[in-house]
Design a protein. Structure first.
Ligand SMILES: Nc1ncnc2c1ncn2[C@@H]1O[C@H](COP(=O)(O)OP(=O)(O)O)[C@@H](O)[C@H]1O
Ligand SMILES: [Mg+2]
Length: 370
């Protein structure tokens, strides 16, 4: 019979295979307190990830422990979900100055337009929110704002007089708070601005919007690596960036430029997402690599970045965007939604990793003595 130890317990939790519990994040560090009193285990767990439906996750964890340790009569489990990243750390003065209530800021970028950057940004935001995180989204693509359409939002944001300034309230849908120039100007009038005005608008989306407390604030950046993008990534206090690309060479060439741009301003790359990776014909089930294959993961490897995943082409992804209901919300059982959830899990993991590297925290490895 196995002895009841902290690492034994963690290992039994790690055997759980369920989409709403990403076991990669669970380490000995997750155990806040551990007490075994005559077969009754009191366990206090703090998971560094947003956990969806704590009740369900709790019962999964209890079940796994009771199954493995027959000696145990009961598990009294306290489960807390605590996304890493600090509010007002004073370690990152640039961020604290403008976004004091925001833990992590993540840019979604691409070298080229039309590769699905906004689609990825929206689905990622909704996926994180579905997992219980507090999420905001800034549509920083001021020349081609598409997020309001993708979230089905048309109202004008409310404005109120705060202590020293006028503040805007973000709109909210599917658990995601949004601010976009598309909510402020008429949908058919072009935004004709020079670079400084564009970055000025994005700055205002940070300073003049009442975001409250957020675990993640995601920026959908304009496509490309020109002046505006460079200015933006220098002014936005970023935790890190995700690069979205399609598998073919013309897109990869531009994605590489995005890597270089972030390198130049010392913004870490949290991962690469390959979009439009393949197409499965619904009638035959045959797989077609329409834009080639493997480009995204090869690029990630070349730059020593994490490959977050590849999203297939599916008309339902486009339809979800057009009708304002992202696929992770609309068809949660679909392969696409699953992949988006995995990408969001991978991202959480990369953000955690960066945050613990930054704070000098050393992860206790499993298998060590309790
Ligand atoms: N995986 C996909 N399958 C099908 N259509 C997609 C997919 N990803 C994006 N699209 C569609 O392609 C178009 C461009 O995507 P978008 O996210 O607006 O790109 P970007 O922001 O990079 O310009 C949109 O109509 C979107 O719905
Ligand atoms: Mg876009």
């Amino acid at each position: 019979m196995s002895e009841i130890t902290k690492s034994g317990i963690i290992n039994s939790i790690k055997k759980i295979n369920h989409p709403s519990l990403d076991v990669n994040h669970i380490t000995l560090n997750s155990v806040r307190s551990f007490e075994n009193e005559n077969g009754k285990l009191k366990l206090d767990l703090s998971l560094p990830v947003p956990v969806d439906s704590a009740v369900q996750v709790s019962s999964l964890i209890k079940g796994a422990i009771l199954k493995e340790f027959m000696d145990l009569k009961d598990v009294d489990l306290k489960l807390e979900s605590k996304v890493s990243g600090e509010i007002s750390t004073h370690k990152d003065p640039k961020k604290d100055a403008v976004l004091p209530g925001v833990k992590n800021t993540i840019a979604v970028a691409s070298g080229k337009g039309g590769v699905g950057k906004s689609t990825v940004a929206v689905n990622l935001a909704v996926a994180l929110a579905k997992d219980g995180a507090k999420v905001g989204l800034i549509d920083a693509d001021v020349y081609g704002p598409s997020i309001p359409l993708m979230l089905g939002l048309t109202e004008k944001p409310k404005v109120y007089q705060a202590e020293n300034s006028v503040k805007m309230l973000p709109l909210e849908k599917f658990g995601v708070k949004l601010m976009s120039i598309g909510l402020l100007v008429d949908e058919n009038s072009p935004v004709i601005w020079r670079g400084p005005m564009a970055s000025g608008a994005v700055k205002q989306f940070m300073s003049d919007v009442d975001w409250g407390e957020l675990d993640y604030l995601i920026f959908d950046l304009p496509p490309g690596t020109g002046d505006i993008q460079l200015t933006l990534v220098q002014t936005i206090p970023l935790t890190g960036a995700i690069v979205v690309t399609t598998p073919q060479e013309v897109s990869l060439i531009d994605a590489r430029k995005a890597f270089k741009m972030f390198e130049r301003v010392n913004v870490p790359i949290l991962g690469v997402v390959e979009n439009m990776s393949y197409f499965i014909a619904p009638d035959t089930g045959k797989k077609y690599d329409i834009f080639g294959t493997g480009g995204g993961s090869k690029m990630a490897e070349a730059y020593n970045a994490f490959f977050l995943g590849g999203i297939p082409i599916d008309p339902r992804v486009r339809e979800g965007g057009d009708k304002g209901v992202p696929i992770v919300y609309d068809i949660p059982d679909s392969e696409q939604a699953n992949i988006m959830m995995q990408i969001s899990n991978g991202l959480t993991e990369q953000v955690n990793k960066r945050n613990s590297e930054k704070s000098g925290e050393i992860e206790i490895l499993l298998g060590e003595d309790d």
